[in-house]
Ligand binder design. Structure first.
Ligand code: DGL
Length: 291
Protein backbone atom coordinates (compact mmCIF):
# COMPACT_ATOMS: atom_id res chain seq x y z
CA UNK A 1 0.00 0.00 0.00
CA UNK A 2 1.42 3.44 -0.92
CA UNK A 3 2.04 6.09 1.73
CA UNK A 4 -0.16 8.69 -0.01
CA UNK A 5 -3.34 9.79 1.73
CA UNK A 6 -6.20 7.75 0.30
CA UNK A 7 -9.40 9.69 -0.27
CA UNK A 8 -12.66 8.05 -1.32
CA UNK A 9 -15.20 9.92 -3.42
CA UNK A 10 -18.67 8.50 -3.80
CA UNK A 11 -21.45 9.44 -6.19
CA UNK A 12 -24.52 7.83 -7.69
CA UNK A 13 -22.77 7.98 -11.06
CA UNK A 14 -20.71 10.37 -13.16
CA UNK A 15 -21.64 13.72 -11.60
CA UNK A 16 -19.29 13.39 -8.62
CA UNK A 17 -16.42 13.59 -11.09
CA UNK A 18 -17.03 17.36 -11.09
CA UNK A 19 -16.08 17.24 -7.41
CA UNK A 20 -13.07 15.00 -8.02
CA UNK A 21 -11.92 17.38 -10.75
CA UNK A 22 -11.83 20.20 -8.20
CA UNK A 23 -10.28 18.00 -5.52
CA UNK A 24 -7.25 17.00 -7.60
CA UNK A 25 -5.49 20.37 -7.28
CA UNK A 26 -6.66 20.85 -3.69
CA UNK A 27 -5.02 17.63 -2.45
CA UNK A 28 -2.09 17.11 -4.86
CA UNK A 29 -0.41 14.39 -2.81
CA UNK A 30 -3.50 12.28 -2.32
CA UNK A 31 -4.60 9.15 -4.14
CA UNK A 32 -8.31 9.04 -5.04
CA UNK A 33 -10.73 6.13 -5.13
CA UNK A 34 -13.95 7.02 -6.92
CA UNK A 35 -17.12 4.93 -6.98
CA UNK A 36 -19.93 5.76 -9.38
CA UNK A 37 -22.98 3.60 -8.71
CA UNK A 38 -24.02 3.82 -12.35
CA UNK A 39 -26.07 0.61 -12.28
CA UNK A 40 -28.49 2.15 -9.79
CA UNK A 41 -28.62 5.83 -10.70
CA UNK A 42 -30.48 8.12 -10.56
CA UNK A 43 -30.66 8.40 -6.79
CA UNK A 44 -32.59 11.65 -7.05
CA UNK A 45 -35.92 9.93 -7.62
CA UNK A 46 -35.50 7.10 -5.06
CA UNK A 47 -36.61 6.63 -1.47
CA UNK A 48 -34.47 7.37 1.56
CA UNK A 49 -34.16 3.72 2.61
CA UNK A 50 -33.01 2.64 -0.84
CA UNK A 51 -30.51 5.49 -1.19
CA UNK A 52 -29.07 4.76 2.28
CA UNK A 53 -28.68 1.05 1.50
CA UNK A 54 -26.94 1.73 -1.82
CA UNK A 55 -24.69 4.46 -0.42
CA UNK A 56 -23.58 2.40 2.59
CA UNK A 57 -22.61 -0.50 0.32
CA UNK A 58 -20.40 1.78 -1.77
CA UNK A 59 -18.91 3.47 1.30
CA UNK A 60 -17.97 0.07 2.72
CA UNK A 61 -16.39 -0.92 -0.59
CA UNK A 62 -14.28 2.25 -0.51
CA UNK A 63 -13.21 1.59 3.08
CA UNK A 64 -12.06 -1.86 1.93
CA UNK A 65 -9.76 -0.07 -0.56
CA UNK A 66 -7.96 1.50 2.42
CA UNK A 67 -9.33 5.05 2.24
CA UNK A 68 -8.79 7.30 5.26
CA UNK A 69 -11.30 10.01 4.35
CA UNK A 70 -14.58 9.88 2.45
CA UNK A 71 -16.28 12.59 0.42
CA UNK A 72 -19.94 12.02 -0.42
CA UNK A 73 -20.02 14.04 -3.63
CA UNK A 74 -23.64 13.14 -4.36
CA UNK A 75 -26.02 15.77 -3.00
CA UNK A 76 -28.88 13.30 -2.83
CA UNK A 77 -26.87 10.74 -0.83
CA UNK A 78 -25.52 13.53 1.40
CA UNK A 79 -29.06 14.76 2.03
CA UNK A 80 -30.63 11.38 2.72
CA UNK A 81 -27.95 8.97 3.86
CA UNK A 82 -25.11 10.83 5.60
CA UNK A 83 -26.05 9.60 9.09
CA UNK A 84 -26.26 5.99 7.91
CA UNK A 85 -22.91 6.24 6.10
CA UNK A 86 -21.21 7.81 9.13
CA UNK A 87 -22.63 5.09 11.36
CA UNK A 88 -21.32 2.38 9.01
CA UNK A 89 -17.68 3.51 8.65
CA UNK A 90 -14.99 4.56 11.11
CA UNK A 91 -13.35 7.30 9.05
CA UNK A 92 -14.24 10.99 8.63
CA UNK A 93 -17.07 11.50 6.13
CA UNK A 94 -17.81 14.83 4.52
CA UNK A 95 -21.13 15.52 2.76
CA UNK A 96 -21.81 18.33 0.34
CA UNK A 97 -24.94 19.85 1.90
CA UNK A 98 -23.19 21.43 4.86
CA UNK A 99 -20.29 22.71 2.75
CA UNK A 100 -22.72 24.21 0.24
CA UNK A 101 -24.72 25.95 2.97
CA UNK A 102 -21.55 27.34 4.58
CA UNK A 103 -20.38 28.73 1.23
CA UNK A 104 -23.79 30.26 0.57
CA UNK A 105 -23.66 31.90 4.00
CA UNK A 106 -20.34 33.48 3.09
CA UNK A 107 -21.61 34.66 -0.31
CA UNK A 108 -25.16 35.90 0.30
CA UNK A 109 -25.87 39.46 1.38
CA UNK A 110 -29.67 39.25 1.19
CA UNK A 111 -29.58 36.06 3.34
CA UNK A 112 -31.99 34.45 0.87
CA UNK A 113 -30.63 31.60 -1.25
CA UNK A 114 -32.11 29.67 -4.14
CA UNK A 115 -31.12 25.98 -4.18
CA UNK A 116 -31.46 23.91 -7.37
CA UNK A 117 -31.38 20.16 -6.67
CA UNK A 118 -32.94 16.76 -7.36
CA UNK A 119 -36.44 15.83 -6.22
CA UNK A 120 -35.23 13.67 -3.33
CA UNK A 121 -32.90 16.37 -2.00
CA UNK A 122 -35.66 18.99 -2.15
CA UNK A 123 -38.30 16.70 -0.60
CA UNK A 124 -36.23 16.22 2.54
CA UNK A 125 -35.39 19.94 2.86
CA UNK A 126 -31.77 19.19 3.65
CA UNK A 127 -30.52 22.50 2.27
CA UNK A 128 -33.26 24.42 4.03
CA UNK A 129 -32.16 22.99 7.37
CA UNK A 130 -28.44 23.44 6.70
CA UNK A 131 -28.95 27.02 5.51
CA UNK A 132 -31.10 27.85 8.54
CA UNK A 133 -28.11 26.93 10.75
CA UNK A 134 -26.30 29.84 9.09
CA UNK A 135 -29.21 32.27 9.38
CA UNK A 136 -30.13 31.89 5.70
CA UNK A 137 -33.53 31.26 4.14
CA UNK A 138 -33.40 28.67 1.38
CA UNK A 139 -35.91 28.37 -1.40
CA UNK A 140 -35.46 24.88 -2.81
CA UNK A 141 -36.36 24.06 -6.40
CA UNK A 142 -36.40 20.53 -7.80
CA UNK A 143 -35.09 20.39 -11.39
CA UNK A 144 -35.55 16.70 -12.31
CA UNK A 145 -35.13 17.19 -16.07
CA UNK A 146 -31.64 18.65 -15.85
CA UNK A 147 -29.72 15.46 -14.93
CA UNK A 148 -30.87 13.47 -18.02
CA UNK A 149 -30.30 16.47 -20.31
CA UNK A 150 -26.76 16.95 -18.99
CA UNK A 151 -26.00 13.22 -19.29
CA UNK A 152 -27.21 13.44 -22.89
CA UNK A 153 -24.47 16.04 -23.40
CA UNK A 154 -27.02 18.78 -24.06
CA UNK A 155 -25.33 21.36 -21.87
CA UNK A 156 -25.65 24.10 -24.51
CA UNK A 157 -28.76 22.77 -26.24
CA UNK A 158 -31.77 25.11 -26.74
CA UNK A 159 -34.02 22.54 -25.03
CA UNK A 160 -31.85 22.64 -21.89
CA UNK A 161 -31.74 26.44 -22.04
CA UNK A 162 -35.54 26.54 -22.17
CA UNK A 163 -35.98 23.98 -19.37
CA UNK A 164 -33.55 25.91 -17.16
CA UNK A 165 -35.33 29.18 -17.93
CA UNK A 166 -38.69 27.65 -16.97
CA UNK A 167 -37.32 26.28 -13.68
CA UNK A 168 -35.72 29.61 -12.82
CA UNK A 169 -38.88 31.57 -13.70
CA UNK A 170 -40.97 29.26 -11.50
CA UNK A 171 -38.47 29.55 -8.64
CA UNK A 172 -38.30 33.32 -8.87
CA UNK A 173 -42.10 33.56 -8.88
CA UNK A 174 -42.19 31.36 -5.76
CA UNK A 175 -39.53 33.58 -4.20
CA UNK A 176 -41.59 36.67 -4.90
CA UNK A 177 -44.69 35.09 -3.37
CA UNK A 178 -42.67 34.18 -0.27
CA UNK A 179 -41.19 37.67 -0.03
CA UNK A 180 -37.75 36.22 -0.57
CA UNK A 181 -34.99 37.99 -2.51
CA UNK A 182 -32.34 35.41 -3.33
CA UNK A 183 -29.04 36.86 -4.52
CA UNK A 184 -27.22 33.50 -4.59
CA UNK A 185 -28.05 30.28 -6.42
CA UNK A 186 -26.59 27.14 -4.93
CA UNK A 187 -26.06 24.31 -7.40
CA UNK A 188 -27.22 21.45 -5.20
CA UNK A 189 -26.55 18.62 -7.64
CA UNK A 190 -23.32 17.13 -8.95
CA UNK A 191 -24.34 17.64 -12.57
CA UNK A 192 -25.17 21.32 -12.54
CA UNK A 193 -21.60 22.70 -12.71
CA UNK A 194 -21.68 21.59 -16.35
CA UNK A 195 -24.38 24.21 -16.91
CA UNK A 196 -22.16 27.06 -15.73
CA UNK A 197 -22.05 28.91 -19.10
CA UNK A 198 -25.82 28.51 -19.56
CA UNK A 199 -26.52 29.64 -16.01
CA UNK A 200 -24.32 32.67 -16.42
CA UNK A 201 -26.40 33.68 -19.45
CA UNK A 202 -29.79 32.84 -17.91
CA UNK A 203 -29.63 34.20 -14.36
CA UNK A 204 -30.70 37.76 -13.62
CA UNK A 205 -27.58 39.96 -13.37
CA UNK A 206 -28.12 40.62 -9.67
CA UNK A 207 -27.76 36.90 -8.88
CA UNK A 208 -24.60 34.82 -8.70
CA UNK A 209 -24.31 31.07 -8.57
CA UNK A 210 -22.13 28.93 -6.37
CA UNK A 211 -20.55 25.83 -7.81
CA UNK A 212 -20.92 23.16 -5.12
CA UNK A 213 -18.08 21.08 -6.59
CA UNK A 214 -15.55 23.87 -6.16
CA UNK A 215 -16.78 24.86 -2.70
CA UNK A 216 -16.76 21.23 -1.54
CA UNK A 217 -13.15 20.79 -2.66
CA UNK A 218 -12.12 23.88 -0.70
CA UNK A 219 -13.86 22.55 2.41
CA UNK A 220 -12.22 19.13 2.01
CA UNK A 221 -8.79 20.73 1.84
CA UNK A 222 -9.46 22.82 4.96
CA UNK A 223 -10.80 19.77 6.81
CA UNK A 224 -7.81 17.60 5.82
CA UNK A 225 -5.43 20.29 7.06
CA UNK A 226 -7.42 20.74 10.29
CA UNK A 227 -7.31 16.99 10.92
CA UNK A 228 -3.56 16.87 10.30
CA UNK A 229 -4.07 14.58 7.30
CA UNK A 230 -2.50 17.05 4.89
CA UNK A 231 0.20 19.71 5.31
CA UNK A 232 -0.90 23.32 5.01
CA UNK A 233 1.80 24.27 2.51
CA UNK A 234 2.36 23.40 -1.12
CA UNK A 235 -1.25 22.74 -1.92
CA UNK A 236 -3.05 24.25 -4.87
CA UNK A 237 -0.24 25.80 -6.85
CA UNK A 238 1.87 22.71 -7.40
CA UNK A 239 -1.04 20.74 -8.71
CA UNK A 240 -2.60 23.55 -10.68
CA UNK A 241 0.50 23.34 -12.82
CA UNK A 242 -0.30 19.66 -13.47
CA UNK A 243 -3.86 20.28 -14.53
CA UNK A 244 -3.73 21.52 -18.11
CA UNK A 245 -5.76 19.25 -20.38
CA UNK A 246 -3.28 19.50 -23.25
CA UNK A 247 -0.42 18.36 -21.05
CA UNK A 248 0.08 14.61 -21.46
CA UNK A 249 2.34 14.04 -18.39
CA UNK A 250 -0.33 15.80 -16.31
CA UNK A 251 -2.91 13.45 -17.79
CA UNK A 252 -0.76 10.48 -16.80
CA UNK A 253 -0.16 11.95 -13.36
CA UNK A 254 -3.91 12.25 -12.79
CA UNK A 255 -4.44 8.71 -14.07
CA UNK A 256 -1.87 7.32 -11.65
CA UNK A 257 -3.52 9.10 -8.71
CA UNK A 258 -7.08 8.03 -9.47
CA UNK A 259 -8.79 4.65 -9.25
CA UNK A 260 -12.23 4.55 -10.81
CA UNK A 261 -14.92 1.99 -10.06
CA UNK A 262 -18.34 1.82 -11.70
CA UNK A 263 -21.20 -0.58 -11.11
CA UNK A 264 -22.29 -0.66 -14.77
CA UNK A 265 -20.79 -0.34 -18.28
CA UNK A 266 -17.12 0.64 -18.15
CA UNK A 267 -17.28 2.02 -21.66
CA UNK A 268 -20.18 4.34 -20.79
CA UNK A 269 -18.44 5.46 -17.61
CA UNK A 270 -15.30 6.38 -19.56
CA UNK A 271 -17.27 8.14 -22.28
CA UNK A 272 -19.61 10.16 -20.09
CA UNK A 273 -17.24 10.49 -17.17
CA UNK A 274 -14.55 12.21 -19.21
CA UNK A 275 -16.98 15.09 -19.80
CA UNK A 276 -17.48 15.54 -16.07
CA UNK A 277 -13.81 15.05 -15.19
CA UNK A 278 -12.59 17.20 -18.06
CA UNK A 279 -10.03 14.61 -19.18
CA UNK A 280 -9.85 11.06 -20.48
CA UNK A 281 -10.28 8.16 -18.06
CA UNK A 282 -8.17 5.22 -19.14
CA UNK A 283 -8.71 2.61 -16.45
CA UNK A 284 -12.08 1.92 -14.88
CA UNK A 285 -12.85 -1.23 -12.89
CA UNK A 286 -16.25 -2.87 -12.72
CA UNK A 287 -17.41 -3.02 -9.12
CA UNK A 288 -19.59 -6.08 -8.67
CA UNK A 289 -22.55 -5.26 -6.44
CA UNK A 290 -24.23 -8.60 -7.05
CA UNK A 291 -27.89 -9.02 -7.87
N1 DGL B 1 -25.57 12.78 -7.94
C1 DGL B 1 -26.93 13.25 -7.79
C2 DGL B 1 -26.95 14.49 -6.91
O1 DGL B 1 -25.96 15.20 -6.77
C3 DGL B 1 -27.57 13.54 -9.14
C4 DGL B 1 -27.81 12.29 -9.98
C5 DGL B 1 -28.80 11.32 -9.37
O2 DGL B 1 -29.97 11.66 -9.18
O3 DGL B 1 -28.36 10.19 -9.07
O4 DGL B 1 -27.96 14.79 -6.33
Amino acid sequence: MSAALRIGVFDSGFGGLTVLRELLPQAPQAEFFYVGDTARLPYGSKSRATIARYAVESAQFLVDQGIEYLVIACNTASALALDEIRAAVRIPVLGVIETGAASAAAASRSRDVLVLATDATVQIHAYDQACAQHGLRALEKACPLLVPLIEEGWTEHPVTAEVLRIYLDEALRQAQAANSQPDTVLLGCTHYPLLRPLLARTLPVAMRFLDSAATTAEHVRADLVARGLMPKQGIALAAAAQMTDADEPAQEAVGARCHFYATDSIEKFQRLGSRFLGRAMHTVTLMDIGG
